[in-house]
Design a protein around this ligand. Structure first.
Ligand code: ADP
Ligand code: MG
Length: 323
């Protein structure tokens, strides 16, 4: 007998509420904000055929659906607390749903996030997650705080996920071991929550890199009314990509590929020692890739300096769902 909607929710999507006043099971959840904190709310939708393949591994999909939302919370310097999960499923496939729920709830547990509600319906496969986080009042990291003279930093390495996709489409020659190593970064991104929280009081602005470095740093520049100059040679990437940077597809993956889920942030140059020690403490590579300058009409808000100091025309700047 196939499960009913309520059995399905009860079995796979009803962890016991701990920090929520009321979790799954009523018409709505009840959440109580902590004193002295602002609430931070974000949502992201993943649609089969657009953001993932319908045959994708459900456990990894559960992980990724939550991870991409946690990445937005990280970029705000916030602590994630509660999540809702809405899913449209073409059919009730207990194995699929069980694996999806395990991937989702495992990552939720790791970050202390409680699933407090959602919606479950039949339809073309789509997943929508919402997260509520919190941050000390007035201390959230925003896109509009970059200042002229700031350094531009990124965490981790860029281009890994996009490189795998390019390789699968035959646009970038990668060896099989290289592909396997990079595929983890596409399938199971690790949201930089601890970094975001510790950047409060250090960074002037932050964003997570989901659409590609140039596009996302461009958002910081637009919102802050400034421009940025970055050096291609400084942008951190794995060896598989670093040694192919003269290849257009590799360069595009690093600068404009997207799906990185690393943080890009700006900070005063006086913060370099603090950021080096933070990177060591978190065991996370933090790399200075350029600086914030005055915006000039008629020039791109993010300029890339190539080998030898010549400006580079990177072409496409990022992923655009309507492009
Ligand atoms: P209503 O019809 O009042 O909207 P539902 O029948 O949709 O209620 O949901 C019943 C309960 O189960 C609600 O608390 C809802 O938040 C929760 N819920 C439904 N689907 C999910 C899901 N996929 N994950 C977590 N909670 C869910
Ligand atoms: Mg409902």
């Amino acid at each position: 007998m196939p499960l009913t909607e309520f059995q399905l929710i009860g079995r796979y999507f009803s962890p016991r509420a701990r920090s929520a006043v009321l979790g799954v099971g009523d018409d709505a959840a009840i959440l109580r904000p902590r004193r002295g904190r602002d609430l931070v709310v974000t949502t992201d939708m993943l649609v089969a055929g657009r953001h993932f393949a319908a045959e994708a591994d459900p456990r990894l999909l559960g992980h990724k659906a939550l991870a991409v939302n946690l990445s937005d919370v990280a970029a705000m310097g916030a602590t994630p607390r509660w999540a809702t999960l809405s899913v449209a499923l073409p059919r009730v496939d207990a194995r699929w749903i069980g694996a999806f729920s395990r991937g989702f709830l495992r990552l939720a547990r790791r970050h202390g996030v409680e699933l407090v509600g959602g919606d479950t319906t039949r339809g073309p496969l789509a997943i929508c997650v919402q997260i509520v986080g919190d941050v000390p009042t007035g201390k959230a990291l925003r896109r509009d705080g970059a200042r002229i003279g700031d350094d531009v930093w990124v965490s981790g390495t860029l281009g890994d996920a996009a490189a795998v996709l390019a390789a699968r489409r035959g646009r970038l020659p990668l060896t099989r071991p290289e592909r396997t190593a990079l595929a983890r970064r596409l399938d199971a991104p690790q949201p930089r929550i601890a970094l975001g929280e510790r950047l409060r009081g250090i960074a002037h602005s932050a964003i997570d890199i989901s659409d590609g470095l140039l596009a996302d740093l461009g958002h910081i520049c637009e919102r802050s009314g400034v421009a940025a100059i970055i050096e291609l040679g400084c942008v951190p990437c794995r060896r598989a990509l670093a040694r192919r940077l003269d290849h257009a597809a590799a360069r595009a993956a690093v600068l404009a590929g997207g799906d990185d889920y690393e943080l890009c942030f700006t900070a005063a140059s006086s913060r370099r020692p603090a950021l080096s020690s933070l990177g060591r403490r978190l065991r996370l590579r933090l790399t200075r890739i350029g600086c914030i300058v005055r915006a000039r009409p008629g020039t791109a808000c993010v300029q890339v300096i190539g080998p030898g100091g010549a400006p580079l025309n990177p072409g496409r700047t990022g992923y655009d769902h309507f492009g």
